[in-house]
Ligand binder design. Structure first.
Ligand SMILES: C[S@@+](CC[C@H](N)C(=O)[O-])C[C@H]1O[C@@H](n2cnc3c(N)ncnc32)[C@H](O)[C@@H]1O
Length: 344
């Protein structure tokens, strides 16, 4: 490929990143959602309705017009087709990609800053941007909810089994609680407890459970997985993209905890992005994001896990495992069962 072609390619990609940044302002500032409700508006009408500053909204409208999120008729704007897809409530919303792009920008800047010292500030890095923090939950919910409900749930019999028993499910590192809510909508007898370290996630989880009429079966609490005191033995412990957050600090202790808090015959269901065995596969377009995520995890004191590491850790507890791959092996669910009887 010639240098000129390469330069053009990078220029276009840089413009693509800027395009997502313009969308980020429109999503987090509720500009897309408000304009959708209004159908059309001048920038000052949009500013008033979205409770934003008219000067900022005026220049945003020009930028959003330039990047084809808005159509204009004189001074009146309306959403374009792609602008509509930026509305967070749209069933096909592109919001997760936009939020992810901004998380990456934040993480890249922090990595550059921390590179000389080697400091790894931990989970707190994700809470550093007040505008970004409330969007983690919706990003993950929209990014993975459909895969869970339409593909993973029907493929795994463990959820029906727990439902039939009217069982208790525990979600460690539950985020905004989307997984337990999806399970409770599907499994009418299941009860659930969700635990997460971020107060904002727990606030969203409680609000959404209440709005869906699930508050009697689901409870959410803020706390640290490492200190969590669960009295009642549970039928299912889920950890979605959360195991790698606690692995480096106390891998053995966590697996012991999972084993000890499950009823005999109970299951741990671990969902993780699968770190590949071979570095070459990171070049696959669908895996590139994983390589950057691992950098983000490093700052937080974590690393992404190979499915085999998870399997071995369960076997060390005397538990049996089944591995289920989804999304061409990029997403893996390890279902581990605590056997009846004493641990060998
Ligand atoms: C990548 S997010 C996944 C959230 C959620 N399970 C989902 O799938 O959307 C990881 C979550 O684990 C939580 N977490 C990480 N370490 C934790 C700890 N030690 N105690 C409690 N929560 C923790 C974080 O707050 C974050 O919400």
């Amino acid at each position: 490929m010639s240098a000129e072609v390469l330069k053009n390619q990078i220029r276009q990609q840089a413009q693509g990143a800027t395009r997502l940044h313009v969308a980020y302002i429109g999503i987090t500032g509720k500009l897309f959602a408000t304009l959708q409700r209004m159908s059309q508006a001048t920038s000052s009408m949009l500013a008033a309705a979205s409770h934003n500053d008219p000067g900022y909204v005026r220049v945003w409208c020009d930028a959003a017009y330039a990047f084809e999120y808005l159509e204009a008729d004189g001074e009146t704007f309306r959403l374009s087709e792609v602008g509509l897809l930026m509305c967070p409530d749209h069933p096909e919303t592109l919001m997760p990609m936009v939020i992810q792009a901004m998380v990456s920008a934040h993480v890249a800047d922090r990595a550059a800053e921390l590179l000389p010292s080697g400091e790894r500030p931990g989970e707190a890095v994700l809470g550093e941007r007040a505008t970004l923090l409330p969007w983690f939950g919706p990003m993950l919910e929209h990014g993975f909810g459909t895969l869970f409900e339409q593909t993973i749930c029907p493929a795994l019999s463990v959820f029906t089994e727990v439902d039939t028993q009217g069982g208790l499910a525990l979600d460690l590192g539950c985020g905004n609680g989307w997984y337990l809510r999806a399970l409770a909508r599907r499994c009418k007898h299941l009860r659930g407890i969700g635990l997460d370290g971020f107060e904002e996630n727990i606030r969203q989880a409680r609000t959404k459970a209440l709005a869906e009429g699930l508050e009697n079966r689901l409870q959410f609490q803020q706390g640290d997985i490492h200190d969590f005191d669960q009295q009642e033995a549970v039928d299912l412990i889920a950890m979605n993209r959360a195991l790698h957050h606690v692995w480096e600090r106390d891998q053995k202790g966590i697996f012991q905890w999972l084993h000890d808090h499950l009823k005999p015959g109970g299951h741990a269901v671990i969902w993780e992005p699968a770190w590949p065995e071979q570095r070459e596969t990171l070049r696959l377009p669908a895996r590139r994001g994983l390589a950057f995520q691992n950098l983000s995890e490093y700052i937080q004191g974590n690393h992404l896990l190979r499915p085999q590491e998870i399997v071995e850790a369960f076997h060390a507890q005397g538990m049996t495992t089944q591995v289920h791959e989804f999304m061409e092996g990029n997403e893996v669910l390890v279902v581990a069962r605590r056997p009846h009887g004493p641990t060998p």
